[in-house]
Design a protein around this ligand. Sequence first.
Ligand SMILES: C[S@@+](CC[C@H](N)C(=O)[O-])C[C@H]1O[C@@H](n2cnc3c(N)ncnc32)[C@H](O)[C@@H]1O
Length: 252
Amino acid sequence: MCTCASGEHDEGAGLGWGEPVTAGVRPRTSRAAAPEAIISADKASSWVYAEEFLAEDDAVLAARERAAQLGAGAVPPGTGAALSVLAAAANARTVVEIGTGTGVASLYLLRGMPADGVLTTIDAEVEHHRAAKESFAEAGIRSTRTRTISGRALDVLPRLTDAAYDLVLLGLTSGGVLEAAPEYLTQAVRLLRPGGVLVVDHALWHDRVADPARRDEATTAVRELGRAVRADERLLPALLPVGDGLLVAVRR
Ligand SMILES: C[S@@+](CC[C@H](N)C(=O)[O-])C[C@H]1O[C@@H](n2cnc3c(N)ncnc32)[C@H](O)[C@@H]1O
């Protein structure tokens, strides 16, 4: 039975970041442990149910509206909830977010962080940062809890301190971040303290990563980033099929 959202590929191919089964590079998995028992025709409705499990408050909805107006994009509710949980579980006092948008994911991260936690959030678009600051103010976030840095993230990240951060969120976007994904991974791992958490959003890239027939540049770059994280012995990863895919990894 196909396990991917698109339903277009061979059985089991979704287990290996989209490599065809014949490529022989699938991660070792036992047939006995194959997920057929939990993958059913109802999977899509379960995903929708999970996305709608928690209602969003007015401040998040307003930030989402700003994102729609500016065409900035925003994490769906299930991803947002997962970000809050990860930030809380890691007791994340220091967080770096790459790609602020209008602050939807930022609000979820801040919700999970302790009250004295500081979110450093980077975006290349000044207009997005202006909107994000409105989102933070409307949510009652004290200005000392956010540090917005406007600029291309690859120019900003090298200025941040080694091993000083509890969580790094990397939002993959085409037009810059995706194309330089290996450099972003290097920077993110450098910034994390041991025990810190790397989070990569869009790790399933619009349901294309799991489909080996999709070999466009962006999808290939996301797959390669997944392989790099999987192969990195400093990281303990899991790929969560929430939203557009959250690749999470603890820095050992
Ligand atoms: C999809 S939005 C982020 C949305 C955010 N994660 C949320 O859920 O609210 C992607 C953002 O990344 C920013 N961005 C794209 N390339 C960038 C780069 N190279 N450096 C910094 N920001 C970048 C865009 O301006 C945009 O605001």
